[in-house]
Design a protein around this ligand. Structure first.
Ligand SMILES: Nc1nc2c(ncn2[C@@H]2O[C@H](COP(=O)(O)OP(=O)(O)OP(=O)(O)O)[C@@H](O)[C@H]2O)c(=O)[nH]1
Ligand SMILES: [Mg+2]
Ligand SMILES: [Zn+2]
Length: 428
């Protein structure tokens, strides 16, 4: 089920459409997307830059170097160099007809919205996701890898350096700032590590101030990437709500905990209400978008019982490598996280989640962007982390939604629904 009310142009496959996060309800064909190399106006369109195998002009291109490689005509099915491929390799920026930045990377777009109130770790979770999936290759054994896209926004890379190399804390996203992104990253999903026939997706990430996620109107007006996303990661901020290291020596009153729990519950409710409005369904249980609810800043939570949030990724990956069905392993981890959340006092929120969403489209995970606490450095008036920051649990959260979306494990080619690109040698 694709998002409703999106008009399309005949002859363009749905996967080739570009969704603009700032033009809610619209999708654009590649020939409507302008490509810029500087601010002096568009130089071409996205359609003219798409390689023959996935673009809409796939057979019409002059393959000028084919003759150099294979002689006139070339060998059927052999890889070849094409003029278009060289044209593509410039530092383009792409804009929709309204002038908004959009992603022009190859691959099936997979918008992943990270949502949560102010200070819930959204801005740290985005570099954490890249660190775990790309730098640490956390899901390589399952054939899932993330890498740099051809065209990318440098801001996400800069945030990675700030947090993980320089040990800095990112500033709160200002309410005045527009939606940040899309940050495009190449997400390859194969059946095994290094699968040459892996399906290529363009993972699209955005950031926005938590204040813009507080009402239905705010979300639709200022964070519409959330309503066109293929999956959601919803962050639950444990501070004040659950026992955490942020409590310090303070003994928080029952009233403080309840107020924080109600704020988290209301955040879940507004997401559910927004989705059911935009999808025009009578209940958010009918919204076909996978969601992973993440207990954020998991390093700071004072966990009880024998649940160990730090081992969940390994437990799932080891179970999968032992031949246990991946969905079963993920559900086991999600159930254990849900139970631990209940044990910590999360009933009110778990209830709201389960009343609002179809249980088959929801998972629970625990994650930390840093596995370290922030500290004020009194001398310089700056904040930093208590130890070298490293992420944990973010890749597992992404794996949950990829699994719920039916993308992992990857389907066999003969069960293909037409969205999977051809193996590379067919492109000639
Ligand atoms: N212990 C711990 N603290 C974290 C973690 N991530 C973020 N923090 C703390 O939480 C604060 C808020 O994190 P942000 O990433 O700025 O939160 P945000 O959701 O982007 O907030 P807005 O931009 O205001 O919407 C940071 O300044 C850190 O002090 C984490 O993984 N562990
Ligand atoms: Mg932020
Ligand atoms: Zn737009």
């Amino acid at each position: 089920m694709e998002p409703p009310a999106f008009a399309t142009t005949e002859g363009v496959p749905m996967s080739a459409y570009i969704v603009c996060a700032k033009c809610p309800g619209k999708v654009y064909a590649p020939h409507q997307i302008d490509a810029y190399v500087d601010d002096n106006g568009p130089v071409t369109t996205l359609a003219s830059l798409q390689p023959a195998s996935t673009g809409t002009k796939r057979r019409s291109r002059k393959r000028f170097l084919r003759a150099l490689v294979d002689g006139p005509g070339g060998r059927s099915g052999s890889p070849m160099l094409s003029e278009t491929n060289f044209e593509r390799l410039r530092d383009y920026r792409f804009r929709c007809p309204e002038g908004h930045l959009v992603d022009g990377n190859q691959g099936i777009p997979f918008g992943l919205a990270v949502l949560g109130p102010s200070s819930s770790s959204k801005s740290h979770l985005l570099p954490a996701l890249v660190h775990e999936l790309d730098d640490d290759s956390a899901l390589r054994s399952l054939g899932v890898t993330l890498s740099n896209a051809l065209y990318q926004d440098p801001q996400l890379k800069a945030d990675l350096v700030q947090v993980y190399d320089k040990r800095n804390i990112l500033e709160a996203t200002t309410e005045a700032a527009d939606v940040i992104g899309p940050y495009g990253r190449k997400l390859r999903i194969g059946r095994t590590s290094g699968d040459p026939y892996a399906t290529e997706h363009s993972l699209l990430l955005y950031d926005v101030a938590g204040e813009k996620l507080t009402t239905i109107i705010d979300i639709v007006q200022s964070a519409s990437f959330a309503i066109i996303a293929k999956a959601l990661l919803v962050l639950i901020d444990p501070v004040d709500f659950l026992p955490t290291q942020f409590d310090g020596a303070a003994v928080l009153s029952e009233r403080t905990r309840t107020t924080a729990a109600i704020a988290v519950r209301d955040g879940v409710r507004v997401i559910a209400d927004t989705l059911s409005e935009v999808w025009s369904v009578r209940s958010s249980k009918f919204v076909p978008v996978p969601i992973c609810f993440i207990l954020a800043k998991a390093d700071a939570i004072e966990w009880t019982g024998d649940f160990d949030w730090t081992t969940q990724t390994d437990l799932v990956l080891n179970a999968a490598s032992d031949g246990i069905d991946l969905t079963t392993a993920l559900c086991t981890s999600s159930d254990a996280t849900r139970k631990a959340f209940l044990d910590l006092g999360g009933e009110r929120v778990v209830q709201e989640i389960e009343d609002s969403f179809d249980a088959d489209r929801v998972r629970f995970a625990a994650a930390s962007a840093t596995c370290a606490m922030p500290v004020e450095n009194a001398e310089h008036g700056e904040s930093s982390w208590t130890e070298d920051p490293k992420p944990k649990g973010v890749a597992l959260s992404v794996l949950h939604v990829l699994n719920l979306a039916g993308l992992v494990p990857q389907k066999d080619a003969d069960e293909d629904d037409g969205e999977t690109p051809n193996p590379p040698l067919d492109s000639a």
